[in-house]
Design a protein around this ligand. Structure first.
Ligand SMILES: NC(=O)C1=CN([C@@H]2O[C@H](COP(=O)(O)OP(=O)(O)OC[C@H]3O[C@@H](n4cnc5c(N)ncnc54)[C@H](OP(=O)(O)O)[C@@H]3O)[C@@H](O)[C@H]2O)C=CC1
Ligand SMILES: CC(=O)N[C@@H](CCC(=O)OP(=O)(O)O)C(=O)O
Length: 342
């Protein structure tokens, strides 16, 4: 298969290139950048890939469709609603790692992303690719956000089965710095990130409406959730610590049995035994999501700890998983199921 990749110079695009290189169904990767960018060697935009001879060429929608079978956009928010529109309208297969087509409501996108949304008719053509739960994708796949993936996989079993008080969801999520992309900001300087923790976007995070959209599709009784994000001094990894009150008293063993049932056919989701909670290193380097569950009978609260690698399951890995599903390949094709531990 011939595959287009737009945005190889970004963190997610760089990881995606590596995964595509070792994917057995991919014969060639064609790289594209900005519409006005001169052809540039890959080794120039990704210095870590010195021995690669590929070129990054300017993006021209018609040329991308003529030369490829599918296109991956690992571009910043706001880009695909313009660049990918001709592909979407032509029904050309696209996996979009950005948030542009995740929210069905254009007003919600404008409010949370602080820019105009894609046209409403285009939004309806995209499918939300939470890969464990959406196996019937349209040709335009909106790959989920990293925090949204960790949080939704952690909540799915208790929400889908109505096991909790729907008003009680509290999520304390933490991410490594690569989640912010390669651009340097005051908040991402070494002196600010190292030896430090920073909460950010409190009640303003763009994944709040994304998570709510999916939770309400599973159970319309969920009115809202409390969701905070913290930047932690690691390169990769997301830990979403989720607290929910139960509807009826339960046990850790019963909850784990429910989680195992929900994910019995999901090769990338690991439900840990009672008494074990995952760390970032349980998953970093793999496309896995590891879940630890602990019930506190005193407070009638469930703690669910969900960890992923933000650049794998949270971005490039899930994009490959969706590509596999779109092309009717086994979900695990070309994807690592073991972490890079230690
Ligand atoms: N980092 C993460 O963990 C996750 C990221 N995402 C999403 O994936 C996307 C990429 O993220 P990330 O890799 O972190 O971002 P980066 O900021 O590291 O990279 C952005 C990429 O987009 C390219 N780009 C920006 N504007 C244009 C344009 N107009 N035309 C063509 N290319 C363009 C950049 O090229 P250039 O450098 O030449 O400007 C660069 O290659 C984002 O939408 C992000 O929200 C989703 C989940 C997790
Ligand atoms: C650490 C950090 O800054 N992470 C980013 C997550 C990026 C992401 O996934 O954003 P999209 O929804 O636009 O794809 C953030 O919190 O905004």
């Amino acid at each position: 298969m011939q595959v287009a990749l737009i945005g190889v110079s970004g963190y997610s695009g760089t990881v995606l290139y590596r995964l595509l290189k070792q994917h057995p169904a991919v014969d060639q990767i064609n790289l594209y950048g900005h519409v006005d960018q001169a052809a540039t060697p890959l080794a120039t935009v990704v210095p870590a890939y010195q021995k690669e001879t590929a070129m990054v060429r300017p993006f021209v929608a018609a040329k991308v469709m003529a030369a490829n079978d599918v296109a991956f956009f690992a571009t910043s928010a706001g880009v695909t609603q313009t660049l990918a529109l001709p592909l979407l309208k032509a029904g050309f297969p696209v996996i979009d790692l950005s948030g542009d087509f995740r929210l069905q409501d254009p007003a919600s996108y404008t409010r949370w992303y602080h820019r105009p949304a894609a046209e409403a008719a285009a939004l309806t053509k995209a499918s939300y690719g939470l890969a464990e739960f959406n196996h019937h994708l349209t040709s335009y796949v909106a790959n989920p956000g990293c925090y949204a993936t960790a949080t939704l996989l952690g909540l799915a079993p208790v929400v889908q089965n109505h096991l909790i008080d729907p008003t009680s969801i509290v999520v304390d999520a933490k991410s490594g710095l690569s989640g912010a992309g390669k651009k340097l900001a005051a908040t991402s300087q070494f002196t600010t990130v190292n030896d430090n923790l920073q909460l950010y976007k409190v009640n303003q995070h763009q994944h709040i409406p994304e998570i709510m959209q999916q939770l309400q599709a599973w159970w319309s009784a969920i009115p809202a959730l409390e969701f905070t994000t913290t930047l932690i001094p690691v390169t990769r990894g997301i830990m979403s610590s989720i607290y929910v009150k139960v509807a009826q008293p339960t046990t850790t063993a019963a909850l784990i049995a429910q989680y195992q049932q929900t994910y019995q056919t999901s090769p990338f989701v690991q439900v840990l035994p009672a008494g074990e909670l995952p760390t970032l290193k349980t998953v970093v380097g793999s496309n896995n999501c590891a879940l630890g569950i602990n019930y506190n009978p005193v407070t009638k609260t469930i703690l669910i700890v969900s960890v992923i690698d933000n650049l794998m399951k949270g971005a490039a890995g899930q994009a490959i998983q969706n590509f596999n599903q779109l092309m009717n390949l086994p979900q695990t094709t070309g994807l690592p199921t073991l972490p890079t531990f230690p």
